[in-house]
Design a protein around this ligand. Sequence first.
Ligand SMILES: [Zn+2]
Length: 194
Amino acid sequence: MMRRFVICLTVVSAVLGVTKAADPAFKKVSKTVSLGKYTPKGIVKFNGVSVSKRIIPDLEKLIAAAKKDRLTLKVKSGYRSYDYQVKTFNSWTENERKKNPKLTRKEAEGIANTYSARPGHSEHQLGTTVDVLSSENGFQFSSDPKLKYIAWLEKNAPKYNFTISYPRDSKEYVYEPWHLRWYPPKKIVALAKS
Ligand SMILES: [Zn+2]
């Protein structure tokens, strides 16, 4: 009797473990919501870039599907730790102050924050977010609407559970068509709830 109870509890907690609320892949991150010093589990290398191993099957499918449509995509950036973000944000802020020495530190941070997240506020800290670039412009960051891969990603990324977090009308950051966040497929969440 006791054993059955223990097994039952294990099953319930296993199911609950992958529900939307508990799954870190659903964590909200924004300019006002911080992840703090959160460190995800299961970070591995994918073609030299650190990412959560959970996203690799869908990432491989996305890249293969693009290839069929004659587009060569490459993951340029993935997981970024809290400490890495501190360095990056400081360097963007310094860059703004070099461009305009009259800016106060706070003003320079404000400008940097239109295109770069403050430490703890980047979706890249989740490990499930990647920047994907294309060979058609030498793998450069660009939101030029003439780039074929941008339209391709807008249409096809959702098929592989990726969302463009900062679309054309984003109020959070400037348009970043290359920035894709992966969410666990709905069927997994539905299964966990049933
Ligand atoms: Zn990004």
